[in-house]
Design a binder for this molecule. Structure first.
Ligand code: HSE
Length: 309
């Protein structure tokens, strides 16, 4: 099969942290995603021809799709040029893994036009090279965006991933209020050190969360979404969150927390309880009361992950 001169790839939105999984657990969901088209060019180097959102830089040193494509180029050792067009489906600075989705779609499309020689693991590493420049080298969005489903990252160097099964009956009500929180700002709010009792609670919570996601054990899920090391310090960045979470619980959600660096909120529901629409309405109403419009989706797990279109 000959190598195509251009390819378009899609990478999905990802929820990360999910309470106690700070920087190590993420989940791809059906809340849209980003598309990147990569075209081979004769002149070496990576160039960004267009981005659908004017707030995103065309400068290839600051554009995650281009940084990831450049990393793919380096990893394949080829000396050609790549030209990119980026179509943002995800909001910026929302906690839905938008920069990771662009990076992963850029890496997957670049790999396709370079002969598809890189493994999924190498695609993760290439996208992480890009994330490191713009928001820090954390893998909890990139890994599930590549793999699909839920992924727990055990270590970065070497990269060790474990996929986590998510019970069929779970749905994720994803609410994004119309204000932005920069990932770097959310990370700057974190203390350097974690108290021992918080580390212990977080480890226990993450173990319980993974088991409960696999088993569809809603009672354990409800108790396992507490985050002791990030959310308590970031809470002031998320006006309306506490009211939204309370409203979601009142409407029948199993639990609710902030996704990634926020401000997106994810509320977990079981299809058995038929609570999806009620929770979606409750989240929207809570944000309206707090003075923010919110975009709300009742999502499923995106099991496929990034792919060439
Ligand atoms: N785990 C990261 C954080 C995700 O919470 O800072 C940022 O997208």
């Amino acid at each position: 099969m000959s190598t195509p001169t251009f390819a378009t790839a899609f990478a999905p939105a990802t929820l990360s942290n999910l309470g106690p999984g700070f920087d190590c657990l993420g989940l791809a969901v059906t809340v849209g995603g980003d598309r990147v088209t990569v075209r081979r060019a004769a002149a070496p180097g990576v160039r960004v021809l267009s981005v659908s959102d004017p707030r995103i830089p065309l400068d290839p040193e600051r554009n995650t799709a281009a940084l990831a494509a450049a990393s793919v180029l380096r990893r394949t050792g080829q000396n050609i040029g790549l030209e990119l067009s980026v179509e943002k489906g995800l909001p910026l600075s929302a906690g839905l893994g938008g920069s990771a989705a662009s990076a992963v779609a850029g890496a997957v499309a670049a790999n396709a036009v370079l002969g598809a020689t890189l493994s999924r693991r190498e695609i993760v590493l290439a996208a992480l090279d890009a994330e490191a420049v713009v928001s820090g080298r954390h893998p909890d969005n990139v890994a599930p965006a590549v793999w699909g489903g839920a992924v727990l990252v055990l270590s970065l160097d070497p990269l060790r991933l474990v996929t986590v099964r998510v019970a069929e009956k779970l749905r994720f009500v994803v609410a994004t209020p119309d204000y932005a929180v920069e990932t770097q700002q959310a990370r700057a709010a974190l203390p350097e050190a974690v108290r021992r009792e918080d580390a212990v609670a977080q480890a226990a919570g993450l173990g319980a969360l993974v088991l409960a996601l696999e088993r569809g054990d809603t009672k354990t899920l409800a108790a396992a979404l507490e985050d002791r090391i990030a959310l308590p310090y970031r809470a002031p960045l998320y006006p309306g969150f506490v009211e939204a979470r309370d409203a979601a619980l009142e409407a029948g959600a199993i639990g609710a927390t902030i996704s990634g660096g926020g401000p997106t909120v994810v509320a977990l529901v079981s299809v058995d309880s038929d609570a999806g629409t009620r929770v979606a309405d409750a989240l929207r109403a809570a944000y309206t009361n707090a003075g923010y419009a919110a975009s709300v989706t009742v999502a499923r797990v995106d099991a496929r992950g990034a792919h060439v279109l």
